[in-house]
Design a binder for this molecule. Structure first.
Ligand SMILES: [Fe+2]
Ligand SMILES: [Fe+2]
Length: 317
């Protein structure tokens, strides 16, 4: 085998190698300081999230300004949720790399670069959160704390966590390419953050594919399906977190728009909750579960894994 090449134990056609992924990653070289800070400020006259993810425009009983505020709260939530998931991705990738540091220099360098980029993303999302909090005017609570959520996720089978991370990385690709890229109404600063994140996540998705294949190698179909069941368990935990976050978002909307004085009717609040929870489910769960590359990797592990996900995905779309 050529040095730096990866031969998967599975019959895959992806052709990903540590060497190629590292080379692509090294060509992309941005700094947090270049994206936010100084005179680079969020523009609160514009939406932060594409409508395909925010799903605020159908809530016509809200005023246009209220719908825009809810969209921006969804942007803040996106920063917070990604901040949370990166908190468990970073230690997981380091733990995956560490026992094999002396075996393949390309592998070691690719995973350390991956970890370094995720540490940078954690910093990036925090800086955007700071800017949001400075100018938004009211607080929006967030689920957490991130360390506790990371601990709960990392307590699972490593293959289940790697599958979840693969889902998250492809989900980020879906968000940018299918919803963000062609949306020219978004705040340019927020869009630039999403674009720069996407650029690096494209490499992570490939490394995660190699990571999943390495962790699944030698496992029986039953053992792979046991990991799949744990992946769905973590998904259910995340879904519960999304519902809690949706309530925080609506409380934030009430505070930010003065609806505390003139509250929404119970029917209106129920409708926002229903639309928004489903929007969040699509954003963080459905868009990952249905990504063709994610499904393809599951199929190579065992078609049963892909079938399992196909059975539950419609509830999150
Ligand atoms: Fe990231
Ligand atoms: Fe990533």
């Amino acid at each position: 085998m050529a040095y730096g090449q990866h031969r998967s134990p599975f019959d895959t056609a992806h052709g990903y190698t540590y060497q190629d992924v590292l080379a692509a990653s090294e060509r992309i070289n941005w700094r947090v300081e270049d994206l936010i800070g100084g005179d680079r400020r969020l523009d609160f006259t514009k939406p932060f999230m594409p409508e395909a993810l925010a799903r605020t425009e159908a809530l016509t009983f809200l005023t246009p300004r209220e719908r825009l505020t809810l969209n921006q709260i969804r942007g803040y939530e996106y920063l917070c949720i990604f901040g949370l998931v990166e908190e468990f991705i970073l230690p997981f990738v380091l733990d995956h790399a560490r026992p094999h540091l002396d075996e393949n220099d390309w592998r070691t360098r690719a995973f350390l670069q991956f970890a370094s980029e995720e540490a940078k993303h954690i910093h990036l999302f925090k800086r955007f959160r700071d800017e949001f909090q400075k100018d938004f005017g009211t607080t929006v609570d967030v689920i957490g704390p991130p360390a506790e959520i990371a601990k709960a996720v990392l307590a699972h089978d490593a293959l289940a966590v790697a599958i979840l991370i693969l889902h998250i990385e492809w989900m980020t690709q879906q968000h940018y390419l299918h919803s963000v890229k062609e949306d020219h109404n978004l705040d340019p600063l927020f869009k630039s953050m999403l674009r720069h994140h996407w650029m690096e996540e494209a490499q992570h998705a490939k490394l995660d594919t190699l990571m999943v294949e390495a962790l699944a190698a030698g496992r029986s179909e039953d053992a792979i399906m046991a990991a799949m069941a744990e992946y769905l368990e973590i998904g259910a935990m995340i879904d519960g977190g999304l519902q809690a976050q949706m309530d925080f978002n609506l409380d934030g909307l009430h505070r930010a728009t003065g609806r505390n004085c003139e509250p929404l009717s119970p029917t209106e609040r129920d409708e926002i909750a229903m639309v928004q929870w489903q929007a969040m489910r699509w954003t963080y769960i459905g868009s990952g579960m249905t990504h063709p590359k994610f499904v393809q990797t599951l199929t190579t592990l065992t078609p049963k894994a892909a079938d399992m996900v196909a059975g539950v995905a419609p509830a999150f779309c």
